[in-house]
Design a binder for this molecule. Structure first.
Ligand code: COA
Length: 147
């Protein structure tokens, strides 16, 4: 598995991965909107040349954020989600980040486990954050916990 930068050529690929991985996938306009952000920072995971996952994030000065991370069902449980997240840590840290934020559904056990075992801790609950009424858990990882 390799992790590489998400470029403009990957927009259609990400749309396919979105539909395969999420019940409420981003539309192409939403994906383009994320990609077009000045603080966009995304990556694609490939196995034998086939895109199998992606991470969509942002980096603005000291604060980074993970908006989405996803791996195709048949490739889950092999450590690829963890590798995507760790690669993001390295990349944003090298570019000045000190903290990483994210929001996650408390019902998403796989994502919660992935984030907690990678050093994210709970900050607060955002009531009825998602369109379907579920709360969001806001989490943060301190990239310099000893400072
Ligand atoms: C969340 C997701 C990216 C994890 O990807 P993955 O490649 O399966 O993750 P990994 O194999 O790297 O596993 C990471 C950790 O999560 C744990 N984990 C994976 N699936 C799990 C599950 N269903 N329930 C509980 N823990 C789980 C693993 O055991 C591992 O922990 P460990 O290293 O302590 O054993 C994947 O499940 C996914 O794409 N889900 C759909 C999209 C989504 O909900 N994304 C997150 C919100 S944007």
């Amino acid at each position: 598995m390799i992790i590489r930068e998400w470029t403009e050529k990957d927009l259609a690929t990400v749309a396919i991965l979105e539909h395969a991985c999420f019940e409420d996938p981003w539309t192409m306009d939403m994906i383009k909107g994320e990609f077009g952000r000045m603080d966009f920072c995304g990556s694609i995971a490939e196995e034998d040349g086939k895109p199998i996952g992606f991470l969509c994030g942002t980096l603005l000065f000291e604060d980074a954020e993970i908006a989405k991370v996803a791996v195709l069902k048949e490739y889950r449980g092999k450590g690829y989600g963890r590798q995507l997240v760790e690669e993001f840590f390295d990349k944003v840290k090298a570019n000045g980040a000190r903290r990483i934020f994210l929001e996650v559904r408390p019902s998403n056990e796989a994502a919660l486990h992935l984030y907690q075992s990678n050093g994210f801790h709970k900050l607060r609950l955002r009531k009825r954050y998602y369109a379907d009424g579920e709360d969001a858990l806001e989490m943060m990882k301190d990239l310099y916990p000893d400072d």
